[in-house]
Design a protein around this ligand. Sequence first.
Ligand code: GLN
Length: 424
Amino acid sequence: MQRASYLDALLPSQRGKLHGVVIGIKDIICYKGHEASASSKILEGFKSLYSATSVQRLVDAGAIIIGRQNCDEFGMGSTNENSAYGAVINPIDDSVVPGGSSGGSAVAVKAGLCMASLGTDTGGSVRLPADFCGTIGFKPSYGRVSRYGLIAYASSFDQVGVLANTVKDVATILEVIAGPDDFDSTCSNKATEDYSAQIDGTEQKFRIAYFPEWIEHSSVDPEISTQIKNLIEKLKRDGHEVKPVSFNLTEYIVPTYYILTTAEASSNLGRFDGVRYGFQKSKGSDLKDFYKQNRSNGFGKEVKRRIMLGSFVLSAGYYDAYFTKAQQVRRLLQEQTALIFRDFDIILAPNSPTTAYKIGEKTKNPLAMYMGDIFTVFANLTGIPAISLPVFKHSSNLPFGVQAMAKRFNELSLARFSQRLMPQ
Ligand code: GLN
């Protein structure tokens, strides 16, 4: 209310692009003076000493940051059930999950608690909850938005993303938060474009690729595959060039992602030891015991699983067999993707093999949970921008969307295509 009164008193000439816009932020993005816990006990009571660049830019543009949003601990999960605060439920059907890891961010937009949310997407964490809750979820190219102030999970994958109800809202927020940042050397020096001003009224005919191996994949719900095929036919009738492209690396995507991200996580999460901030359960009998007590009690089960998996794939003797091999596959994926974008503007795909899972359905089987990420992690492995657009409804009444991807840094083309599919 204080912030709103302050904004109300500004002269029209002083008002920013997001004047009075109410935005929520995933509890993994820092906002100065406010708690940030990554939904983990290990960061209990921690208050940010600085704001993330993305948050600072929202504030500078006149936004009101309404609160922090529940998520899977450190962004590790696909259902928002791995949180120290408890699970989030889907606003459309309370027997199913909202998707994760940015579950709270999707629910808040869907429930009208804010006009948009900032989430983070390391392997689908913005797009999957958008898909399960029926909102738009957008992950920019790696390097398009600064990661400064984003609590790191896997640094070569993490990106800040946007959840909102319209493509125009996404485009407007993107142009505010994107662009070079002295505090993140992996952030690209390319200047931001005025995306929102350029998305309407294009008559452009897009060259669209799709992978039959994905749409026909045995894990995909038949209704999802039929609806996407129908959409492909419609796009053809509308004059776009839509063609199948063979993609033979599908089965390597999920293993590659989980080897590389757990390796990066095991290193990034080494800093949480209870010495300087956050949770400190015990002083321990010696230093080793101190770390053991605090890390064992501060991290949740899934986070511990990933730290151990990551330490394993990086360990002497296994490094070449797992980590190096996965890096080689990542390179192959990037090369194949670059070739596809020589001939196409857009790759069209499902977001997820199924609609939202029942609460508890996948928690006992982490591998089954990981396999649900098959269509989203590709964009993070290759660094390309990707968006989930809520254009379908399942006979079970749950929403689902279609995923569109574009060449790295071609956010404009992706936004234009999205606006054509979901004009508003
Ligand atoms: N489900 C994926 C994982 O658990 C995605 C996470 C994310 O994008 N933060 O790693």
